[in-house]
Write a protein that binds this ligand. Sequence first.
Ligand code: GDP
Ligand code: IMO
Ligand code: MG
Length: 441
Amino acid sequence: MRDFFCKYQLQNIFATQLRIMVDALLGLQWGDEGKGKIVDFLANEYAIIARFQGGPNAGHTLYINDKKVVLHTIPSGVFHPNLMNVIGNGVVIDPVSFQKECEEIESHGIDLKKVLIISERAHLILPTHKALDKASELSKGKNKIGSTLKGIGPTYMDKTGRNGLRVGDILQKDFKERYDALKDKHLTILQQLNFDEDINQWEEEFFASIEELRKHTIVGVEFYLNDKIVSGKKILAEGAQGTMLDIDFGTYPFVTSSNTVTAGLCTGLGIAPKWVNKVYGISKAYCTRVGSGPFPTELLDEVGDLLRKTGNEFGSTTGRPRRCGWIDLVALQYACMINGVTDLIITKADVLDGMDRIGACTSYTIDGVNTNQFPYDVTNKIIEANYEYVNGWDKNLADCKIGSDLPQSFLNLSAMIEAKTGTRISHVSNGVGRDQLIQMI
Ligand code: GDP
Ligand code: IMO
Ligand code: MG
């Protein structure tokens, strides 16, 4: 036993000194910043890609041999040979949607049983969680969150309420009894909410997909990852959603139900903060939001329509049109601060091609007072966004290969972003392709 601890301690010191560590990659806005593409680009530098929160509400888009693939629960490194993909305890899994995703990935010749491991502590989304999501949204009327209706909120509620079922439970003999007990609880609530859809119709496919889930590698991911860290393997922790949808720091209550920020990787994977090294924060060169809730820089005019059309801003998971507006540097500064972003990656810069001028919100006016601080109350106050503008450019950013190819006006916008956020831009993404990424530092 003593020998084991000595060896572990030595490896620990060795790994700390070499700074072989865990990097984080996460969204800084309201989701859909292009995280999937960037993970896919960076994946070669890592031995493991690990998702730490969220669930099938996420939609991360990749292009594999020019074919579009949208991942929901499975990490975006899955198309790279020689690396492992991990679904952490912080993720919530819908076995039905998970099975469909597996089938799509396996149609590309990937053997997921070999390259994917799942935490036994991840919580399960039951059919009744999805029903509760729907019933809860209906009961809120015009105040609805605009949830993806994937059962995310009710599942995390059962997790924190200490009622949930975990992936490890499907390996236990009493799984069906525990399922029935939780389902009965849910049915009582659903009755109170006058929900009258037939839930039994969803159960058959749920139990069929549970059988499929059992065939995957289900382990204590926290042990697996810590073991890999001390043996010198590099890990990229992949976030879902974005900081402004974080349960604590987002535009509450119009948020998701998990911690989307850097700290979420520690609780969502069982990795100690001392191992976290780089934090890649992803932001579009403008801003989008799908679902309800405050959006200070939303453009409800033809410029917003143009951004939606050029940026193809329609939800990857639900197909809903995304609301569009100028980049919000007050919110972005806040997000960089909360996450400790070391490397800021600006995506979809090419979407701004051809605009007359490009706005960036540099402060808010609230109740007649000017502020640079993202406020606590964003739902009841009227927030007026104040803008600074740069001129547009007449170049196709997609044709730029290196930083010096970028037009001066874009560099002025970048300088403004860096100055307001106090964070260096490490890359600029200028197209959907894997290789369309310009290194800036
Ligand atoms: P995620 O949820 O953060 O992974 O982002 P989504 O996949 O939901 O949405 C981002 C969308 O923008 C996807 O359709 C990507 O293919 C696309 N995209 C990513 N980066 C760029 C870029 O630099 N330029 C353009 N034009 N599209 C991009
Ligand atoms: P990725 O990982 C954009 C939004 C929903 C809704 C709110 C709550 O692709 O960036 P939920 O289903 O979690 O209860 O919905 O959060 N939302 C997202 N918006 N991208 C996402 O994920 C999102 N996941 C949830 O639209 O407003
Ligand atoms: Mg998305």
